[in-house]
Design a protein around this ligand. Structure first.
Ligand SMILES: *Cc1c(COP(=O)(O)O)cnc(C)c1O
Length: 404
């Protein structure tokens, strides 16, 4: 779909996030279709892009929500995700978060340690309410992605080993206050290879079979996590169909609902970050293009050396030469790209940063007292604001009242 980025920047100002809602919907539908003929739930990973209008669109399509804080659980339910499609994951849940999740009667809580199982059991007992649980297994598979986003190896903090998982299922099964309904794994993000997924799925499916054979536990949900990779540059990605087939091939003969928790896949390539050029400058041999968007708006390049395609919104004269595209934040690590080929740029020229719909706005901060950008949805050719640009007053309000 072609978008008039100049008009959007003119209307809403910069820096600005723009989301193509039609593209998001297409991603959901493609993935749902890949699991056709099988009981499945696409449970959108809210952290990828937690704007209420984004979550609402997925809820309207029938998606569930994978949440990693009680704040995300509240967001999901506020956006219309029914409680029986809400999953609460995460390695460190506080007591008050566990309590609220049980009270809200969500689909299940993903447990990540034996200690956490004990806390959930105790809180469920206090409430006099049974907690549905799932256990996150760490299958010790190298997902072959960036170390910061790989989660399925024993040296990552996530999940529990197979033996610990077995002990936990036995304990949960015996508990009056716990109902084990699912099993979960999530080996990493931006996965572009199928083999690690198939291997992990096989290991976990075997565990499901042995739990049934040994202790008679019949799990209802086989939660394969998220992680489906997307194309930022020239990556070869996995197709949703092959992804689904790889998982389903490990589940033959099992009557179990497949739950999938995609985040990046659903929103990344539907999002654009718009930023205007402030200045060009040359320090010795080095060319800098200084823009009004910064690491507080989009931290992925600084945090993971992530690549985002960046292009001027309108065609430019002149040869492209490499430039560091940097923001105004007072950190040398504040850049959107390094040595990126750009034509000569002038004051107020618009740059479009692609693939910015996931882990973009949500990882933003107010560092350097910068208000976070506005967010805009484009749907069926019409645009609308879905989050106000943060004002200076918004930023100081929680502090100002203490000045006296
Ligand atoms: C982050 C996360 C996801 C989503 O990951 P993507 O790579 O964005 O698909 C899914 N499940 C869990 C438990 C997560 O922590």
């Amino acid at each position: 779909m072609s978008m008039d980025f100049n008009a959007l920047a003119e209307t809403y100002g910069t820096p600005l996030y723009v989301y193509d809602f039609d593209a998001m919907r297409a991603q959901y539908e493609t993935l749902k279709e890949a699991f056709r003929g099988r009981k499945s739930l696409i449970s959108y990973a809210v952290k990828a892009n937690s704007n209420l209008s984004v979550v609402k669109q997925f809820a309207d399509l029938g998606a569930g929500a994978d949440c990693v804080s009680i704040g995300e659980v509240r967001r999901a339910m506020m956006a219309g995700v029914p409680k029986y499609k809400v999953i609460f994951s995460g390695v460190g849940k506080r007591d008050d978060e566990i309590r609220e999740a049980i009270e809200r009667d969500i689909l299940y809580i993903n447990l990540e340690s034996e200690a956490e199982l004990g806390r959930v059991e105790m809180i469920a007992q206090e409430l006099g309410q049974v907690a549905r649980i799932s256990i996150r297994v760490n299958p010790n598979i190298d997902p072959k992605t960036h170390p910061y986003i790989s989660t399925g190896l024993h040296d990552n903090k996530f999940g529990v080993e197979i033996d610990a998982a077995k002990r936990m299922y036995i304990r949960a099964n015996a508990s009056e206050w716990l109902e084990p309904v699912g099993i979960h794994f999530h080996i990493g993000s931006q996965l572009t290879e199928l083999d690690p997924i198939r291997e992990a799925s096989e290991i976990v499916a075997d565990l499901v079979r042995s739990l049934k054979a040994a202790i008679g536990i019949e799990l209802k949900f086989f939660d394969i996590g998220g992680g489906l990779g997307i194309r930022y540059k020239d990556e070869t990605t996995i197709t949703p169909y092959d992804y689904a087939q790889a998982v389903l091939s490990t589940l033959t003969g099992m009557d179990i609902t497949v739950v999938c928790e995609p985040g990046r896949f659903m929103t990344a390539n539907a999002g654009y970050f718009l930023t205007r050029v402030l200045y060009e400058k040359q320090n010795g041999a080095k060319r800098f293009v200084v823009v009004d968007g910064a690491m507080n708006d989009l931290i992925r390049p600084s945090l993971y050396s992530a690549y985002h395609r960046i292009a001027p919104a309108t065609a430019h004269e002149g040869d492209e030469t490499p430039a560091d595209i940097v923001g105004p934040v007072c950190e040398s690590g504040d850049f959107l790209a390094k040595e990126y080929p750009l034509p000569p740029m002038a004051h107020n020229d618009l740059l479009v940063v692609h693939s910015a719909g996931a882990y973009g706005f949500g990882m933003g901060s107010n560092y350097n007292t910068r208000g976070r950008a506005a967010e805009v949805a484009v749907e069926a050719g019409a645009d609308r604001l879905i989050r106000d640009r943060e004002s200076f007053e918004d930023l100081v309000a929680p502090e100002l009242k203490y000045l006296g």
